[in-house]
Ligand binder design. Structure first.
Ligand code: AP5
Ligand code: MG
Ligand code: ZN
Length: 214
């Protein structure tokens, strides 16, 4: 099962992608997480990506596409995967389709987690991410057992650099300009499913499981 998560920054793509990956036993591939890991490790890719990410801009397609195509060719992806944050532009979607077609494969589902912009800024200011394992929480909607301590690894929780309100607004603008056109792209391919992302995390997940049919 090859699944793409679409949706604005903060719509809950990562939250749902992790749950899907766990339920179906397939890898969760988040380009944002890959870049953040590279930034943390001080790699050349991380240095390049950071200059764009901190401004709320997309990292150029050429730095993303090969990385994802290599990743989905790895052995653990044989039974499928859930892509979170990729593709984000029409050229990325076309590159993915071409790479999959070369392997005789295709994307099965594109799930659009739909949340209006007004809700997003509020959500982002409450998000906390673990510096060590990348787990995501929310101070109100998905709190940890102990304040500021990761439930999974006891790591420290931080507000992401790009979650400041002014950067969030920029990311939303970039989303509407460059990523939203993918909704039409996947609608035309008849694999788009839209999910109301404003309900509880578990309700959103139940809806997605029904779409995936298992
Ligand atoms: P990325 O890390 O992908 O960020 P994003 O798309 O902006 O999305 P987020 O991770 O911020 O939100 P999410 O939808 O995963 O929401 P979450 O589940 O955390 O990308 C970061 C940057 O990397 C980009 O800006 C770009 O620069 C670069 N990049 C990455 N991929 C790229 C690509 N392909 N091409 C070019 N550049 C790329 O949820 C948000 C919060 O809400 C959490 O606190 C969560 O607990 C809470 N929450 C979730 N669901 C609910 C719910 N139903 N109700 C209440 N609260 C909820
Ligand atoms: Mg995410
Ligand atoms: Zn952790």
């Amino acid at each position: 099962m090859k699944i793409i998560m679409l949706g604005a920054p903060g719509a809950g793509k990562g939250t749902q992608a992790k749950k899907i990956a766990e339920k179906y036993g397939i890898p969760h591939i988040s380009t944002g997480d890959i870049f953040r890991a590279n930034i943390k490790n001080g790699t050349e890719l991380g240095k390049k990506a950071k200059t764009f990410m901190d401004k709320g801009l997309l990292v150029p397609d050429e730095l993303v596409v090969d990385l994802v195509v290599d990743r989905v060719n790895q052995e653990d992806c044989a039974n499928g995967y859930v892509l979170d944050g990729f593709p984000r532009t029409i050229p990325q979607a076309e590159a993915l389709d071409k790479a999959l077609a070369d392997m005789g494969q295709k994307v099965d589902y594109a799930i659009d987690v739909d949340v209006p912009d007004e809700n997003i800024v509020k959500r982002m200011s409450g998000r906390r991410a673990c510096v060590d394992c990348g787990a995501t929480y929310h101070i109100v909607y998905a709190p940890t057992k102990e304040e500021n301590v990761c439930d999974k690894c006891q790591g420290e929780l931080i507000l992401r650099d790009d979650d400041k309100p002014e950067t969030v607004q920029k990311r939303l603008n970039v989303y509407h300009e460059q990523t939203q056109p993918l909704i039409d792209y996947y609608t035309e391919k008849k694999i788009l499913a839209k999910v109301d992302g404003t309900t509880d995390i578990e309700v959103v997940f139940d809806t997605i499981v029904k779409i995936l049919g298992a």
